[in-house]
Write a new protein. Sequence first.
Length: 146
Amino acid sequence: MFHYFPSRNQPNEICCGEHTDYGMLTILMQDDVGGLEVRSDDGKWIPAPPIPGTFVINLGDMLEVWTNGSYKATTHQVRKSKSGRDRISVAYFFNPRLECVVSPLEMKNPLIPFKERELNGNIELPVVFGEFLEEKYRGTFPDHDY
């Protein structure tokens, strides 16, 4: 569960900066406050307003690796609420086991023809998920002792 406090001083204040989720897939339930934004291919931020009774599905870095870039990890961020209300969201992260070695899956008849693709963040392949996760955490939380 994520609890975001409302903006008090600055308009358009970011409370969770631009990132992709590290695992395979995230299912997100939002409250009615909103604030989630996804980045389009042309770099614009698009609001993902809450729709009652629905979930948001974010594709993660490992799904991008497994599909060799056919499916891209969802780049997103969260803006603080201007309404004065707290924002609550609940996320369920589907991740590989920490010791799982992740590399593109070989597909005999892919729906999307193979071509050279640049993976998000220049991920070196194959990758051990636990090592990848630790590296991402170190970048996100550099002052934490691992």
